[in-house]
Design a protein around this ligand. Structure first.
Ligand SMILES: Cc1cc2nc3c(=O)[nH]c(=O)nc-3n(C[C@H](O)[C@H](O)[C@H](O)COP(=O)(O)OP(=O)(O)OC[C@H]3O[C@@H](n4cnc5c(N)ncnc54)[C@H](O)[C@@H]3O)c2cc1C
Length: 463
């Protein structure tokens, strides 16, 4: 049998790649990647500069890995809904295989491709530990609360060991060796400058990150993961997003290495938060457009452009918030605790709609992921599945003192405060020590909190 193996950007690996394995076990294979203008037109790519850089590096690594196994990744430019059916016919393939995507626009793309193909289009799991849509409450409905979702997943799922990479792959079928193909562009070709602070893409770099995490921070993950000043999390989120590692590879590696420890349990629960958001998106595709909790649909958010710009650029006068803003723009990453403080500040202190923050994160995060990002923003704003209650407003000063106790996170990203004594670093405004133009606070914490709570209460009381 001749199979077209369509790699699609969230599965950029050859290990634990079920479609590749299935195709390689059944005859001739043609590995394909389509540079769809939906993501790769320069004006679209510039909307996600860090993700594109990581993706292009990962794609190059995939091409090299496939070549090292004896085959070749054919890269073609064009709309995938047109290219895949056309090439499937031209190359006389008997089936097309790919890894399933969860997002609503991807499901629509796959529906259109299934319709256009004359041969079967088989989708394989690989993005999650548990296929989306397969976990239900006792009442048969999708879960809206995390803990019972996690319990059910753990009790009812056998997480199979990952598939090893194929030892070798068959060469491309005769006649295809001379196919005209597109070059993988560099970020410069798409009108951008490479950013050296972005994580290295590709399967090998991903495995090294996993190995380093297991050898170092993993054992104390449960106690250190909230510390913004320490590099004590795995930094695997972009790998999971682009599939340079599969979630079950990460799951089994952690289980094998640190087994039944509290650290493994807490790490596992974070991976399951990712599952929870993916399953939620599968079951409620409308969440990318509107809040999960309908009550929030006409919430009286406010929008002040000057406040928005201060938040985006890291000039709010709240050191931890500003560090997060600048880290996002600088290295395409923000520590999870800092994301929560940052998102809470935007939606509650500044009362700016969460969708502005969500879109800004999707632009600059290297791990920007539709399900987890939407989940994180709706959680922070209080309107999502199992979100924190709307009346919980993070205090950015005490959060900073607790999770960046020596001020190192702030000092790294807000150099104006580099000489500030630790005692004042999370609230430098009263010390009379400010030098170097660090801005005054754009809002006063207590007043902003009270304004948000009063507005929310009046709105919900009216409902
Ligand atoms: C407002 C907001 C936006 C977010 N946007 C994204 C996003 O676009 N993409 C993304 O992958 N994560 C997002 N998160 C979740 C979390 O912040 C990141 O997954 C985490 O910081 C990545 O760092 P790490 O790989 O070192 O995580 P680790 O602590 O090492 O966790 C391991 C893995 O578990 C998953 N994970 C951990 N925490 C969460 C969580 N709260 N929700 C879902 N999955 C989680 C990630 O895949 C992560 O790589 C967001 C959180 C918030 C509050």
């Amino acid at each position: 049998m001749r199979t077209l193996v369509w790699f699609r950007g969230k599965d950029l690996r050859i290990s634990d790649h079920a479609p590749l394995r299935s195709a390689a076990d059944s005859g001739e294979i043609i590995p394909l990647f389509v540079l769809d203008p939906y993501f790769f037109a320069p004006e679209r790519a510039q909307e996600l500069p860090h993700r594109i850089q990581f993706l292009l590096q990962s794609l190059e690594a995939l091409r090299d890995n496939i070549a090292a196994k004896g085959s070749r990744l054919i890269v073609v430019a064009g709309k995938s809904t047109e290219v895949v059916p056309r090439l499937a016919k031209k190359w006389k393939v008997e089936r097309v295989v790919a890894q399933r995507w969860t997002e609503p626009f991807a499901r629509e793309r796959d529906r259109r491709i299934t319709e256009a193909l004359d041969v079967p289009f088989d989708l394989f799991e690989g993005e999650l530990l548990r296929p989306p849509g397969t976990l239900r409450t006792g009442g048969g409905t999708p879960y809206a609360v995390f803990t019972p979702f996690m319990r059910n997943l753990l009790d009812s799922t056998t997480i199979d060991a990952p598939l090893p990479a194929p030892r070798s792959l068959p060469a491309l079928p005769e006649g295809l060796a001379k196919v005209k193909e597109a070059a993988i562009p560099g970020v410069e070709d798409l009108g951008m400058k490479p950013n050296p602070a972005i994580l290295q893409g590709g399967e090998r770099a991903a495995r090294k990150r996993l190995k380093d995490f297991l050898a170092g921070a993993a054992a104390r993950y449960h106690s250190d993961r909230d510390r913004m000043d320490l590099a004590r999390t795995s930094r695997l989120s972009a790998d999971l997003k682009f599939g340079t590692l599969s979630p079950r590879t990460v799951w089994h590696a952690v289980q094998n290495e640190i087994g039944r420890t509290q650290a493994a349990k807490v790490f596992g629960s974070e991976l399951i938060w990712r599952e929870f958001y993916y399953h939620t998106l599968w079951d409620r595709p409308s969440i990318l457009e509107k809040p999960v909790r309908e009550k929030f649909e006409s919430f009286p958010w406010e929008f002040d452009e000057a406040l928005w710009n201060a938040w985006v650029e890291g000039r709010t006068g709240y050191p931890v918030v500003d560090a997060a803003s600048r880290q996002l723009l600088g290295e395409g990453f923000v520590h999870n605790r800092a994301r929560m403080i940052h998102a809470s500040f935007l939606t509650k202190h500044l009362m700016i709609p969460y969708r502005y923050g969500e879109a800004h994160y999707m632009k600059y995060l290297t791990d920007g992921d539709w399900a987890s990002n939407n989940g994180g923003w709706q959680w922070s704003a209080g309107c999502g599945c199992d979100a924190q209650p709307y009346f919980r407003v993070f205090n950015p000063i005490t959060q900073g003192q607790k999770f960046d106790p020596g001020g190192d996170y702030v000092k790294r990203w807000v150099p104006e405060l580099a000489d500030m004594p630790v005692k004042q670093i999370h609230w430098p405004h009263d010390a009379g020590l400010l030098r170097g133009g660090y801005p005054a606070p754009v809002v006063e914490h207590k007043a902003a909190r009270e304004h948000f709570l009063a507005t929310a209460k009046a709105y919900f009381d009216r409902e």
